[in-house]
Design a protein around this ligand. Structure first.
Ligand code: SF4
Ligand code: SF4
Length: 196
């Protein structure tokens, strides 16, 4: 007889997720409009509608360790398409933060490094300065060494030069108003919820 596994739902899980929102996940009626519009659904191990369903069913361990929350590119197509105005993209971010806080290893470590270096850059300057962001990411993720060893670095450098010639990024960080306010907003958003 095949062995069966009993999964016990964690009914408080959805309340915990909603504390990062609110996202309104309980209104989901599984129409799948979110998934049908998601540009990276093909690469996900759990589709956006499945994530909402599993969140409602309290599948904490599966959700916090899945690839999808890290693969999501935060384009907000799902949020825009949802007939019930559920903030799916934002919920994905909430799950990311919960996974980080719970110390669950990221199945896509480079994406986590990208996430962290991006936020650090915004925290420092109030907006992203592409050159320092890419430099930090390349060093901290180990991609610089990997690309060097694989002979891929020259392609990136040529692309970077082409983009510079077209004025696609700045060589010096531009100043913006309200840097302190942005720092305060980030501190407020992550207060007690994340190591970031
Ligand atoms: S589009 Fe909204 S209601 Fe439809 S499955 Fe996705 S989250 Fe649920
Ligand atoms: S925000 Fe994420 S889940 Fe939603 S459509 Fe974009 S990539 Fe897909």
């Amino acid at each position: 007889m095949p062995e069966t596994t009993t999964i016990y739902p964690d009914y408080q899980f959805i309340q915990e997720i909603e504390s990062y929102g609110p996202f309104g996940a309980e209104a989901c009626f599984q129409c799948r409009k979110c998934t049908n519009g998601c540009p990276v659904a093909f690469a996900m191990d759990l589709l956006p509608d499945q994530i909402i369903r599993m969140a409602l069913l309290g599948q904490r361990d599966t959700l916090l360790s899945c690839n999808s929350i890290w693969i999501c590119i935060a384009c907000e197509t799902c949020t825009t398409r949802c007939p019930n105005k559920i903030k799916i993209a934002e919920l994905m971010d909430g799950l990311k933060e919960m996974a980080i806080q719970a110390g669950i290893p990221c199945p896509q470590p480079q994406i986590r490094t990208l996430h962290e270096t991006f936020l650090e850059n915004v925290r420092k300057r109030g907006r992203v300065f592409e050159l320092s962001f890419i430099r930090n990411y390349m060093f901290e993720s180990g991609e610089l060494r990997r690309k060097w060893n694989d002979g891929e670095l020259s392609y990136d450098l040529k692309l970077g030069l082409k983009m510079a010639a077209k004025g696609r990024y700045l060589f010096r960080p531009s100043k913006i108003d309200g840097q302190e306010e942005i720092r305060e907003m980030l501190a407020y958003a992550f207060a007690g919820k994340s190591k970031l």
